[in-house]
Design a protein around this ligand. Structure first.
Ligand code: 16G
Length: 242
């Protein structure tokens, strides 16, 4: 049962979170320090725990970052920090107040190759939709994304459907990405990717290979994304085993 004081705490958390988000968008510049915990406690009349919760949420969303011993700072929206949460490109961009967009490069039905079939636990040759898109944020190219989707599990796709969020389309069909295995590696872009991303050939890039599963452990997507290294980083918290 939720108590009145529990409701009050949740309300205070929400109010503080909203106020800080607004401040980050307006008064504060990238890499400016966030007001200290003590200042926020005094200014908003909330507990330290509420401050930590609100700042933690901003950190999870990549809007702020912590520097050991120095405090918490406003993240640079030009650099997208991916966290451990399973998010879509559209969600990543919107949480930074950027407008996501896509340019469709290819949408074809193809027989799954050996590697894709293995990742998706399909018989080789099973039908998959191959979707290749240039993903943009506020009109700026961010990544080239190639996705293979088993049509027997996600249904048919057309150009109109993949012009927006693929994860929204899947959700509408009752297919909900739940967890994913990812391999993040360093790479350089080839001439075609360079032209799409607006960088010089052989510029550094971040490559993320993802196999995405629904809540029952069935693979629903194999994706390969090539991110501009100057616009993306991955942020994870690692904990020492005791
Ligand atoms: C992200 C995913 C990709 C997914 C896409 C859906 C990574 C490494 N990749 O780019 O697997 O297909 O989001 O985004 O995060 P959408 O819903 O905006 O189309």
């Amino acid at each position: 049962m939720t108590t009145t004081s529990g409701n009050k705490t949740a309300w205070k958390h929400e109010a503080l979170y909203t106020a800080l988000r607004a401040e980050i968008g307006e008064a504060l510049r990238p890499h400016d320090p966030l007001p200290s915990e003590r200042e926020l406690v005094a200014r908003f009349g909330v507990s330290r725990a509420t401050v930590r919760q609100a700042v933690g949420r901003l950190e999870e969303e990549g809007l702020v970052y912590r520097a050991q011993g120095a405090g918490t700072f406003v993240a640079d929206p030009a650099t997208i920090s991916k966290s451990l949460a399973l998010t879509s490109f559209s969600e990543d961009m919107r949480s930074r107040r950027l407008t996501p967009d896509s340019r469709l490069l290819d949408l074809t039905l193809v027989p799954a190759g050996v590697a894709v079939a293995r990742e998706l636990s399909l018989s080789p040759g099973a039908e998959v939709a191959h979707v290749r898109r240039l993903r943009l944020a506020d009109g700026l190219p961010m990544c080239v994304e190639e996705v293979w989707l088993p049509t027997e599990r996600v249904g048919e796709l057309d150009a109109a459907l993949v012009s927006g969020s693929l994860y929204d389309v899947l959700a509408e069909r009752g297919v909900r990405p739940h967890h994913a295995d990812q391999v993040i590696s360093a790479t350089v872009v080839d001439a075609d990717q360079a032209a799409l991303l607006g960088v010089a050939a052989y510029s550094p890039a971040l490559r993320v290979d993802r196999t995405t599963y629904d809540g029952t452990g069935v693979a629903v997507e194999r994706a390969e994304s090539i991110y501009r290294a100057d616009r993306y980083d991955f942020r994870i918290t690692v904990t020492r085993r005791t």
